[in-house]
Design a protein around this ligand. Structure first.
Ligand SMILES: *Cc1c(COP(=O)(O)O)cnc(C)c1O
Length: 238
């Protein structure tokens, strides 16, 4: 795996930070409420170290295998968020240290996370992933089943739901994602005010390289950005 030179990565990070700040300004938001999660999937450890040197203590990854490899090298020098779809039988590998799971989309997964979190004597922060556009091929729970999933999670003492995540389909025009981001925020507001007690709805993980500015304008608190920082990924590894 070869990544961009560290100076290039740091320059890209600055550019993304500037664009986030500008989007916050347009939306009248405090930039402190919008955090950038660098997505390092498929990128070498060198690239992770480049963002760490730029002051980032946290990265996003989408495959358990790769999380374990990076963890082996980096230890707890960096915190790792799981952003990709997660198989139940792999939860045990990351449960001891994973910081936030963005992709919790079904009850059986919630229950497995509870079990493994309990075994590790910790609580694991989770976001419920919603499939707003209702596309069949994408992961995420459908709107209408979200409350039920939230209720299941609220009954798991070691699962700490802190918000929602979505991944819209790819549109050439990022403006087309706006209604999806608006809907996610609406769902979070509904769950926050009339959902189960033990969950909180402070985080909205939405927006990637192609659409993070629109997401920020619509209230994202975490944007997950990969290629704008680290360059394009090899196609087979998307
Ligand atoms: C890969 C990935 C990202 C980052 O994608 P870019 O378009 O490279 O910014 C964000 N979220 C998820 C869930 C991903 O899998």
């Amino acid at each position: 795996m070869f990544g961009l030179p560290p100076e290039q990565i740091q320059e890209n990070i600055k550019r993304v930070e500037d664009r986030i700040a500008a989007a916050c300004k347009r939306a009248g938001r405090d930039p402190a409420e919008a955090s950038l999660l660098p997505v390092t999937k498929t990128m070498p450890v060198d690239s992770v170290q480049a963002v760490m040197a730029a002051g980032y203590g946290r990265i996003g990854e989408n495959r358990v295998q790769e999380i374990r490899q990076k963890r082996e090298v980096l230890g707890d020098a960096v915190e790792i968020d799981m952003i990709g779809s997660l198989q139940k039988n792999k939860v045990k590998f990351i449960a001891p240290y994973i910081r936030l799971v963005h992709s919790v989309d079904r009850a059986s997964l919630v229950i497995e996370i509870e079990k493994q979190a309990f075994k590790n004597d910790r609580s694991i922060e989770c976001l419920l992933q919603v499939n707003i556009a209702g596309e069949e091929q994408k992961s995420g729970i459908e709107d209408e089943n979200l409350f039920k999933l939230a209720r299941t999670a609220s009954q798991c003492p070691n699962v700490k739901v802190i918000g929602l995540m979505t991944m819209p389909p790819f549109y050439d025009d990022p403006e087309k994602c706006r209604p999806i981001f608006q809907r996610l925020r609406e769902l979070a507001e509904m769950l926050g005010s009339s959902g189960p007690d033990r969950i909180s709805m402070t985080e909205l993980s939405m927006g990637m390289t192609h659409d993070f500015e629109v997401a920020i304008e619509e209230g994202a608190t975490i944007v997950r950005v990969g290629s704008a920082i680290f360059g394009p990924r090899a196609c087979a590894m998307k």
